[in-house]
Every structure is written in C-alpha cells, then in structure tokens.
Write a protein that binds this ligand. Structure first.
Ligand SMILES: [Zn+2]
Ligand SMILES: [Zn+2]
Length: 314
C-alpha cells in the first residue's frame, strides 16, 4: 500500500491538511450546516429556510449558490408551479446523511437531554428511532476517537495546502426562530470552524493553550474566546497544571468524546468526494480489526443499519 505510517503524520498534517479542514472549507459554517440539515429534514425552498431558520435572504442566497457550485445541491422548478424553485441534494450531498445522523444522535443525547429531539428520525417500517450506534461495517465494534488510524494515501503528497481561508463570521445578531435556537446550541460548535478544529486537535492529544496556538495557527484572542465557549458548552474541562503562573490544560469530556462521530463522518465524506487525480489523500483503518474504515449507523430499535434510503427525518 502506498502510504506512510501514522507516526509520520504530525497533528498539523492531520488537522490542517486533513479532510476535516477541507470539508469545513466547503460546508463548515453555521448557515451552510443548517441549510444542509434542513434539506435532510425536508426543507427545500427559499421561503421554508427563511421561515424555519430566520436566516437573512442575502446569506441564504449566497450559501445556496455556493452549495450548488460545489455540487452538493441542485435547483429545479416545481412540477406543479414553474415559478417555484426547489432544491435537492445531489449524490455528493446525499452522501452527507451519515454526518446528519451523527449530528442528530449527538444532539439527541446532549442538546435535547430532557426532551425528545424536535426532529424525529424514522427508520424502515417501524417508525421513530431512539438512538443510533456507530460501528465498523466489518467487525461491528464501536468506532471512537482512539481506535481509528489514519495514514496518507497516494494523493497526499500532491495536495497543495490552501492557505487557511479567513475565519468565517459565525456570530449573528439576527433574530432566530425557536427551531433555530434549538439547533443553535449545537451549531455554536458544529457550525463554528475554529471550535470544530480545536476539538479535532484535542482528539490528537493537544491540550494546552500554546499547543493549540502552534498547531492550529490561530490568533490568541480567537483561541481564548473559543476555549471559553467550549468550556461553557461542557465540551472541554479545564484542568490547572501550573499554580504560578496559573495555566490550564483542556481535557475532552464525555460530551466531546461522543461528538467525535461528527468530524469523523465529515472526514470520511471528504475522503470520498474531495479527492485528487493522484488518488486518495487519507486512508483510515479501524484498529480493532485492521480493516479499512467504513462506518455504519445501527438503529437501536431494530438493530439494522440505517441507510440513506431507509431513513427519513420528520
Ligand atoms: Zn472493525
Ligand atoms: Zn430500525
């Protein structure tokens, strides 16, 4: 196999050149995530996004244009009313369903802890799903941050690392609807590029302020802001490792360990779609069985895998 051992990859390689970063460049802002999740949840017209998410028309149209450009969604006119434009996911967009499932599962567990998720997940004929388990398609053992190995593929060397795009604005002063407010709680993390990258770095053992700064090439004020925000969200626990001067390291919590499926699904999607002619950039293996990693989501009700065709959000 034309790849280098995992030990040859430093954290920067894995995070900054990795598929998570590349996928974030494509779909990683709050509104883009909401538009995509909306599509999975049956929201497919301009007006419906406006009404459901309180997004501004200007932002909505620029994000839709971008998603059409990267071939994640396509436009068509409604059969019954030719003036009405509807949007649908292309195969590339439809392939994000595992990412949408990962978000739904994590939100169900951590955001809607005391109440059912406002979006119901239906599977096959039996109706609503209460929980999902993400497992390896080969050995059916669980997939977690500490049992996935990454190696580089033949396309890796040819990858021209794009300079980090300017940080996208994710804070908004807009009025948000109740639904957007619910999702807003997870979108603060899922839809914020830097928060996402900080958590991803933490999976590779980065814990201290200066380490995050060096690995992510992030300005210190943005880093402190995001670390504070992630701590407030219970995604990182602060642990003082030096009394004088007071210094802290940031430790993953159960909430952020469970979050791992979301960047992983994004990375696997990137492995499939953000390729170069020379071949794949990264190859992932499931350490317990040694097979190429393919993740399936198992329905807690019927113990069958959930496929794009067998599930729907309501
Ligand atoms: Zn396995
Ligand atoms: Zn089921």
């Amino acid at each position: 196999m034309n790849s280098t051992p995992q030990s040859g990859l430093n954290v920067q390689d894995r995070i900054l050149k990795g598929q998570v970063r590349r996928a974030l460049d494509e779909i990683g802002d709050r509104w883009t995530c909401l538009i995509l999740l909306g599509l999975f949840r049956g929201i497919n017209s301009f007006d419906a996004w406006l009404n459901n998410y309180g997004i501004s028309p200007g932002i909505l149209s620029s994000r839709l244009k971008h998603l059409a450009q990267i071939e994640v969604l396509s436009r068509s006119t409604c059969k019954s009313d030719s003036r009405r434009v509807i949007y649908s996911l292309t195969p590339k967009g439809q392939d994000l369903y595992m990412w949408a499932l990962a978000i739904w599962q994590w939100e169900s567990k951590w955001v809607f802890r005391d109440s059912p998720h406002t979006v119901l997940l239906n599977h096959a004929d039996h109706g609503t799903v209460s929980d999902l388990h993400f497992v390896c398609a080969e050995c059916l053992a669980g997939v977690s941050f500490d049992n996935v190995a990454i190696t580089t593929g033949p396309g890796y060397e040819s990858l021209k690392l794009l300079p980090g795009s300017a940080e996208r604005k994710t804070r908004t002063s807009q009025k948000v609807t109740v639904e957007a407010e619910h999702f807003g709680r997870s979108m603060d993390i899922i839809g914020d590029r830097w928060s996402f990258l900080i958590i991803s770095a933490a999976y590779f053992g980065v814990a201290r302020f200066d380490e995050f700064q060096a690995q992510l090439n992030i300005s210190s004020n943005i880093l402190s802001d995001r670390l504070a925000n992630l701590s407030n969200h219970g995604m990182l626990a602060r642990n003082r490792y030096s009394e004088r001067p007071p210094r802290y390291e940031y430790i993953l919590t159960q909430k952020s360990l469970d979050f791992y499926q979301i960047p992983l699904m994004l990375a696997l999607w990137g492995d499939r779609w953000l390729t170069v002619p020379e071949g794949e950039l990264f190859v992932r293996h499931h350490i317990p069985c040694g097979h190429r990693l393919k993740v399936v989501a198992i329905c807690a009700e019927c113990s069958e895998p959930v496929s794009a065709a067998s599930m729907s959000f309501a």
